[in-house]
Design a protein around this ligand. Structure first.
Ligand code: KG4
Length: 330
């Protein structure tokens, strides 16, 4: 009988501490997430020093809790995987140093994970069979990137944002309208209550040859509109903002997939939790296309995607030497 492989995954690249145990790269045994949103809310964004301190306080108790809950001991672990790039350096260091320590103490392989690649692995923790190639759209507060994914560690960027990320645009519009942080879920909820559903803003980057994303212009258009139309209901403003923001994602993702004759599309990252985006993807796909979106708890940062992708590296024996460092970029 083939032995089960158990991996511990650590995620600490931004404002969530994630600790997870995954079996054979596909079965989540435990997925603990400590979100720091409350700590950063008053600043309307992540404060790096607060984030790294909170990771430091949380990571060991979470590891203990995950092991206890699953009755797995340190000695049962076959590998340790952690995000070492990209992200906030201080935050990354907390998870990465913990992983190094565990690897050294237990003499188990250390696996360095690219956080963005892990996000696009998340659907394969929920029963979908991993197969290549697929188109990956990563939409979060820090990234709006479209990839062609040909294999493990084989991600080719098709296009990305030239300025703001889409989640960042949600957050900035929300901040301007004093709705709260993070803006995405608040705006999504508010947009549902719009009475008039009229386009208040133009479509973004309409040249059919252009593959890029851009959200700074839309954000400015929204802010200017609010200044000159102070009585317009917020519901209608955010509805129109959201339609334009998502329309660009839909246009880009299907064109890229169809130009390359790729049938599987994975959408991940915080913005992938958006129900309107999910509906639009389903509505616009054709019958041969498959859209894979992780469930909301796997859309935000989590350790399961790190341990899951770590298993694929484990199979390929792609281990990180102990002197491997963290990096703010990919
Ligand atoms: O991936 P994530 O949890 O963290 C990073 O950015 O790394 O994504 C957070 C981003 C925020 O900008 C937040 O406003 C956005 O995802 N977001 C959403 C929704 N939920 C979170 N945007 C639109 N609709 C949502 N339901």
């Amino acid at each position: 009988m083939i032995k089960n492989v158990i991996g511990l995954g650590l995620e600490s690249s931004c404002d969530e501490t994630g600790v997870s145990l995954v079996k054979n790269g596909s079965k989540i045994l435990s997925n603990l997430i400590y979100s720091q949103i409350d700590l950063h809310q008053e600043y309307s964004g992540v404060v790096p020093e607060i984030a790294s301190r909170a990771h430091l306080e949380t990571i060991n108790p979470l590891i203990d809790q995950a092991l206890k809950k699953t009755k797995i001991s340190f000695q049962d672990l076959d590998y340790i995987a952690a995000t070492n790039r990209p992200g906030l350096v201080g935050s990354l260091l907390v998870g990465w140093q913990s992983a190094k320590t565990i690897s050294l103490a237990l003499k188990i392989p250390l696996i360095a994970i690219n956080h963005l690649e892990a996000h696009l692995y998340a659907p394969f923790l929920e029963g979908h069979k991993l197969s290549f190639p697929y188109i990956g759209l990563l939409v979060s507060g820090g990234n709006t990137v479209l990839y062609e994914i040909k294999g493990i560690n084989q991600m080719k960027i098709i296009s990305k944002t030239v300025d703001d990320a889409v989640g960042e645009a949600y957050d900035k519009v929300s901040k301007y309208l004093e709705l709260g942080y993070p803006g995405g879920p608040i705006i999504e909820e508010l947009a549902r209550n719009a009475v008039k559903k009229e386009p208040l803003f133009p479509k973004i980057l309409t040249d059919p040859q252009d593959e890029r994303f851009s959200y700074s212009g839309l954000k400015t258009a929204v802010i200017n509109y609010i200044k000159s139309n102070p009585n317009k209901p917020k519901t209608e403003i955010v509805y129109s903002f959201q339609e334009r923001a998502l329309e660009l994602l839909i246009r880009r993702v299907f064109k890229s997939a169809r130009d390359r004759k790729i049938k599987t599309i994975v959408v991940a990252g915080g913005v992938a939790a958006n129900k309107r985006l999910r509906d639009l993807l389903e509505k616009n796909k054709n019958e041969n296309e498959k859209i894979l979106i992780p469930s909301p708890s796997l859309c935000t940062d989590n350790g399961a995607m790190i341990a899951g992708l770590g298993y694929q590296y484990y199979l390929k024996k792609k281990f990180a030497p102990l002197e491997t460092d963290v990096s703010p970029r990919v």
